[in-house]
Write a protein that binds this ligand. Structure first.
Ligand SMILES: [Zn+2]
Length: 172
């Protein structure tokens, strides 16, 4: 019998990686992390950022803030690649199939990413936070990908203190 890497008991481990991946992003508006786990347990992580070789600034122009008239806000640079696409691109580069894989992503896939993801044969997409525009989730569901929102989510993903020094009480 072989290991089943898609057992729910591994979910906290995978979400911890997603959170750690998101922390790598230099974006200031949304730091998003993603993790793809193949049926054999190989993993590819990603976070939102510009293509390697470009400068790192994810927000480069100021635009009027629709929510605060008279104020401005930073706009995400159109060159920024989203977390889930970065994770998938690594697999593509190495020739690793996405078929039957599970994608964990901290923010629901946007419409553009959903178009890129829909035909990859993903078994399930789990997301944590809703997107302002949920058309991406609708597209994935309409085209046959199982998409689920993380539902047990109030527990912190990582211990707030160093677990080596201070045991973390999950029941607290
Ligand atoms: Zn996206």
């Amino acid at each position: 019998m072989s290991l089943n890497p898609h057992k729910p008991k591994f979910d906290a481990f995978y979400w911890a990686i997603v959170e750690a991946a998101a922390a790598q992003s230099v974006a200031t508006r949304h730091k998003v992390g993603a993790l793809v786990v193949t049926p054999s347990g190989m993993m590819s992580s990603g976070w939102n950022g510009k293509p390697a070789g470009m400068d790192n600034a994810c927000e480069t122009t100021l635009v009027e803030d629709e929510d605060n008239p008279g104020k401005v806000r930073w706009k995400t640079d159109p060159a920024v690649l989203h977390a889930e696409v970065n994770a998938i691109m690594k697999m593509t580069r190495e020739g690793v199939s996405t078929k039957g894989s599970i994608l964990f992503v901290s923010r629901a896939p946007c419409f553009e990413c959903a178009k890129a993801l829909h035909g990859l044969g993903l078994k399930t997409v789990y997301y944590e936070e809703d997107h302002d525009d949920m058309r991406g989730v609708d597209l994935l569901r309409d085209t046959g990908t199982n998409v689920l929102k993380r539902t047990y989510g109030t527990m912190p993903l990582l211990p707030p203190t160093d677990p080596c020094k201070e045991p973390y009480n999950l029941a607290a």
